[in-house]
Design a protein around this ligand. Sequence first.
Ligand SMILES: C[S@@+](CC[C@H](N)C(=O)[O-])C[C@H]1O[C@@H](n2cnc3c(N)ncnc32)[C@H](O)[C@@H]1O
Length: 313
Amino acid sequence: MPEWSVTCLDTIRNAEWDLPRAPRLIMFSPPYPPLRCYDEGADGAIGTDSDLSAYTDAIRGLLLNVKKALADDGHLVLNIGDSYCGKGDRRKSLNLLPERIAMELDTVGFIIRNRVIWAKQVWLADDTTRGATIPHGTKDRWLPSHEMCYLCTPKAMAYFDTEAVKIPKATQETRDPLPKEEWDALFEKKMAAAQKIYGDDPGQRLRIKTLRRMPPLEGRPIRSVKTGPDVWQGPVARNDFHPAEYPPWLCRRFIKSCTEPGDLVVDPMCGSSSLGVTALRLGRDYCGFDISESYVDASIQRITAQEAARESV
Ligand SMILES: C[S@@+](CC[C@H](N)C(=O)[O-])C[C@H]1O[C@@H](n2cnc3c(N)ncnc32)[C@H](O)[C@@H]1O
């Protein structure tokens, strides 16, 4: 059985995380200022005031600790949405949290491999908005409904299992190339059409040459697509433990691509350990940390229940 632990720790102010070995994946989602304080009793939790430079300083501190802990060929995934400024000159402006954090990642020396956009599935029904990043209280702007996931590495070369996440063949285009005679006939037709449009235009020869080099889509052999695009549409999740938990599908994609079974996965702001329950199900070891005692307890309760159910099967 995979091994796990969840510990109460302020992972910004403490660099010693007491891990059994270097994790291949560290993934976290910090609270956003000035909206979120998940546990009023947790002293030192970030995201509780509107001072953006204090917030980015705190995130930089955490990133330095992450860099120290992460395996050389590992990945960091940092998931962050945005919030609005509520007062002063910038009132009603986005706080640009993803952009500010991206600059911190760069400053700390991470290589930013992807800016994955998680486009949330949003339902607007009966005055209830489900799935939005921010509650929909305003009518003079669009509803924020996406978050960023920055995929970063400490070094240029990192472990990435393309096979584990590649798009299944069945969903790729698999049209065969046209037989040569059909392609030639099509080319003659296109050339005649180009002649009609461009006549003696001096650019015409060039256009026709380009046409010869680039068979039309229906005649081109389709190269196999290895990984999918970086915009992921998917639902939010709901559990009884935390108001801002990751959906399992999001964790699964990063765990499967960035780790092998037996690797260690870490969440330094673990909340209800949604990352942990998915990691353990996929045969990875897991260490979670949170500053809040009550979320540590919730994580332990959740993981213990899952692992007991697995053992009894
Ligand atoms: C957005 S929530 C994470 C939710 C989690 N991804 C899940 O699936 O349940 C952020 C967490 O960061 C924790 N946190 C805030 N400041 C912290 C700090 N300095 N050290 C460790 N954890 C902290 C909060 O208690 C909160 O549970």
